[in-house]
Design a binder for this molecule. Structure first.
Ligand SMILES: [Zn+2]
Length: 192
């Protein structure tokens, strides 16, 4: 996961500042298929290759989630409305997205809610070890949304506003874009 400033990502890639999970520096290795992400625009993600382990990685901007055609901001807005008690039909109407698409987001995140809550709680403690307990909600999805918001606030307190990303971009980055993916597990937390 990388920032959404394409020029800055390219500069850092060419300077060898982007690292593979193995620790090796990533080098440019062509591009992935161009795609259109609603709310973000047309993207042609960078493909990269590690100089040590030779594995290739596609760089995904934090404005996106893996295999989703909508940007993370609109998906996050839907999750926030659901946490506040909204149903998928009114949420779809408010956001101007198909009912089936919104229902898919909500179902996918609901099945990840418990690992996501545990995962972002661990991140929250790293960001702010003296953080207080969060309000408990009637459903796990709302608890997960609450802790994602708390992580974003803690990141701002700790790192300041320079380079700050939105709560949902932080959630995309920390989950490797897997917020709605079936494979979400607590092993894949990205605290860097
Ligand atoms: Zn590597």
């Amino acid at each position: 996961m990388v920032g959404s400033d394409v020029d800055e990502v390219e500069r850092r890639l060419r300077a060898g500042e982007l690292a593979c999970p193995c620790g090796g520096a990533l080098a440019p290795w062509g591009h992935a298929r161009e795609r259109s992400v609603r709310g973000v625009g047309r993207l042609r993600p960078r493909r990269t290759r590690c100089g040590i382990c030779a594995v290739t990685h596609v760089l995904l901007a934090v404005s996106c989630l893996l295999r989703r055609a909508d940007g993370v901001e609109v998906i996050g807005a839907a999750l926030r409305l659901k946490a506040d008690g909204g149903g998928h039909r009114p949420i779809a109407a408010v956001l101007g997205r198909p009912v089936s698409t919104v229902r898919g987001w909500l179902r996918a995140f609901a099945s990840n809610a418990e690992p996501a809550r545990a995962w972002f709680t661990a991140l929250l403690v790293q960001l702010d070890p003296v953080t207080g307990p969060l309000p408990v909600h009637a459903n796990p999805l709302a608890d997960a949304v609450e802790v994602i918001g708390a992580c974003a606030a803690a990141a701002r307190r700790r790192f300041g506003v320079v380079g700050a990303v939105s709560p949902w971009q932080l959630a995309a980055a920390a989950s490797h874009g897997l917020l709605l993916a079936p494979a979400l597990s607590t092993e894949s937390i990205n605290t860097s």
